[in-house]
Design a protein around this ligand. Sequence first.
Ligand code: GAP
Length: 432
Amino acid sequence: MEKIVSLCKRRGFIYPGSEIYGGLASTYDFGPLGVELKNNVKKLWWKYFVQDREDMVGLDGGILLSPKIWEASGHVKNFKDALVECKQCHLRFRPDKLKDASKCPECGGQFTDPKLFLGMFKTVIGATDKDGVEAYLRPETAQAIFADYKSVLDSTNKKIPFGIGQTGKAFRNEVTTGNFIFRVLEFDLAELEYFIAPDSDWKKIFEDWLSYIYGFADLIGLPRDKFVNHEIPAEDRAFYSKRTIDIEYQFPFGQDELWAIAYRTDYDLSAHQKASGQNLEYFDEATKKRFLPHVIEPTFGVERTILALLSEAYREEKMENGETRAVLKFKPNVAPYKVAVFPLLANKENLVAKAREIYQELKKDFNVAWDERGNIGKRYRSQDEIGTPFCITVDFDSIEKGDVTVRDRDTMKQERVKIEKLKDFLNEKIVK
Ligand code: GAP
């Protein structure tokens, strides 16, 4: 983990938040490479879960929603965790996360009695605190989906079963911190609510979604043997769920929740129907029946996905010349840069001009890095460390014969490719 954290900072993936002011615990900023990685993950998620499926549409709901939504959904009452403080060293812990909740794991001290605290951040809408309306930053994106579900039905041709997907920021007032971006105050969620008839075979639909989720793991290059499905017993499930599986992953610091899937029944829609006084029932044209749909909810933390991708991709490898290289073996579809272009020598005008031409042309289709510093070996090391799958070197033969050297990050093998064939070559490798 230490190596990953240090690489992330050094190469511009992830910085500690507000660092020039001494930092703000459990917050991070995504740097130039981190934002590319994150956007790739979100785009792949959107394509796979929303665009590729006929039974799905998207939504971009607000971070600020009426506080009535959070009261109706049960979050104001139930989105709380217990907190204990060590009487000796004053460190705070969530008792449900401790292996042994009787003594402080840091100093062996006694704990205070547990106190409940709200996991939602509060804010104020209005000119002053006194006149303002207290509101919450959303701790999940799901509620906007429930609140808008009727509007989506009325404005599209979707029929049940169908789903609504959404990605966006969520906020949680976490008191226990640590493990880099695993548990943070602010993170991107990607989740979907799949609306089904109450009498449908929810167990099968749940299993179908679970296996579809594993297709996403394959798509972004997370190996299946690192996953464990953890069936959550009734007493530990979220207040809204009838069945939950935490899809856990073997992170470098241990196995923990990466994604989850829950059967939320009609808990949310029936709560919103009651609290809003609006009829949220669905009318089934075929059976002429009215009902409140139930939902299956697959949910994905983007930060945790990125942490899994980074820890999976990071390798240190001994090379033939005895040196060790650090390399991020991302699948090309998530890699921040797909390809880097170098002129063999930075002081030869014709090489630089040809290389710039190729760089500009490839940039129309891919995110491309440019490097002319140092020697070729150093440039390869530098691109390996940020996970660029291919490096193109433009040399004197390129000008004579119209081909370039393409070097593969993983095999370190080089091959000559015709300049006019470069796009096809890269497209084929990146899609695979
Ligand atoms: N709408 C369902 C829901 O919010 P959750 O299990 O509480 O379910 C969903 O959260 C996902 O969000 C988790 O599987 C995890 O990936 C991510 N997540 C939760 N809390 C997080 C935190 N503090 N920092 C980073 N990711 C978090």
